[in-house]
Design a protein around this ligand. Sequence first.
Ligand code: ASP
Ligand code: MG
Length: 602
Amino acid sequence: MALVVQKYGGTSVGTVARIKAVAQRVAKTVQQGNSLVVVVSAMGKSTDTLVGLAQEISPNPCRREMDMLLSTGEQVSIALLSMALQELGQPAISLTGAQVGIVTEAEHSRARILEINTARLKKHLDEGKVVVVAGFQGVSNGEELEITTLGRGGSDTSAVALAASLQAERCEIYTDVPGILTTDPRIVPEAQLMDEITADEMLELASLGASVLHPRAVEIARNFGITLVVLSSWSDAPGTRVTSPSPKPRSLSGLEIAKAVDGVEIDTNQAKVALLRIPDRPGVAAKLFGEISRNNVDIDLIIQSVHEFNTNDIAFTVVEDVLNQAEAVSEALAPSLRSQPTATEEAEVIVDRQIAKVAISGAGMIGRPGIAAKMFKTLADAGVNIQMISTSEVKVSCVIHQDECDRASQVLCEAFDIDSSSLPVSSASIPSQVPPVRGVALDRNQARLAILHVPDRPGMAAQIFGLLAEKNISVDTIIQSQRCRVINDIPTRDIAFTVAQGDAEIARNAISELAKTINCGEIIVDTAIAKVSIVGAGMIGCPGIAAKFFSALAKENINIQMITTSEIKISCVVAETEGVKALTVVHQAFDLAGKDKIHVPA
Ligand code: ASP
Ligand code: MG
């Protein structure tokens, strides 16, 4: 007999008829010989309705009372589902988060789960009952026994945490879409259902997938090796499996307080090629990386940022063995990029073998400001200068001088409490049938800030991002590029990053203050941007993926403003007005578009 955790979202229990349908499915799963814990969300949009009521009373209600209010939504649906099951002759009992013993930290409205007491659950399961648990809520540790909630969308997290604590065979998330799609079907109707996706890919697609699956739920599934399936409540189709490799054994106590960073990676076998002052127009990146992939050279990091005088720098890293080829291709291309009418200085190619890449990775950094800042601070305190920075949802990579690699790795392992650093994932460990690109995401809610002429010495990035973390601003993409300008005898570099649009002004003001003390140049804010990303574990060791991405954009004459990468993700910032077009053509270019349209509820 298998133990299964099922979770039904708000739409799936939105009406009495739907609750009855859910009860049928639950009863059927029991008849197939399973024992069942069912987690439910509040009916339909009732959480939003409750938020609305609170707002009619106060523009800024206290978080404790909000938890008291919002947790009632789930209490309604657990009772009704339990009744519906009993009506079918299926013994069932409903329990709130507190009754189960879902113990969380005492952080109202965003509590993380510390542990789940399974004794009462097991007792009822042994009695042959289906246990219906209120999602999204828990009870604080300590004496006060406060009702807490996990944050909007948190029922997924409750379900996966229950599956981990009970060592369930699988966790099924029932929702109103058929599973995880290759992109947002409301923008690209040709989006297709994926049969499978790895938890790592899912996390990198957080901006695409977050509405379908809470990233914290994916993090727990990955950490504890839970089989997670996302499927439709309206059909019997198999949905999408979110897979994880077998995890290292870890304790269930402090369940969600897993470390924000769970790996430090170093790679000394890298060399850097940078093309400086190339014209800022569509097609340049496509041409460069197209040539490189025709030579079958696989690139690792790619970084492009915006600069003054309408020129860009593109820098990339390759393994040292192929540096000569990469350099030759870049040199051959450079003349065609020179003497642009708009350029005040000429394009130039530089190479550097003396570099190393250090990276921190971990799902826990999503939505937790300050992790990148801590990395930069740690490196600064050790006197390590950062030459380039590139980030993704779950990774921050820095290019540093090779001689400083050992020291960097040691201080980072200490700072993030990691036993030893490792080599990055190699293509050898990726099964060959994995598609190079799994999904494409568009994020239209970001703004870009560029700080010009930041002095090139250790500690600058640490100060900037430390300050933003203090203001509780989550920084998304961070790019520190190659270009070095000497101003009053001090070498400087530009640093650009993106934040949620709503945070752009706060970020600008904070940094303007800091700018006076660190002596950097102008701060440029652009809110009219969009970020398009491709994600896929199969792109590791597969040359030509970046080239295909960039050339799909070039064909449509879409200019790339910034590029940033991790091993399994490439993101480009483009003008906001071109975001939808970019998403559509890139999705098409990777053959992800299908003929059948997926039905998505409005
Ligand atoms: N009802 C809560 C919300 O709407 C939790 C959930 O549905 O996951 O955010
Ligand atoms: Mg949800």
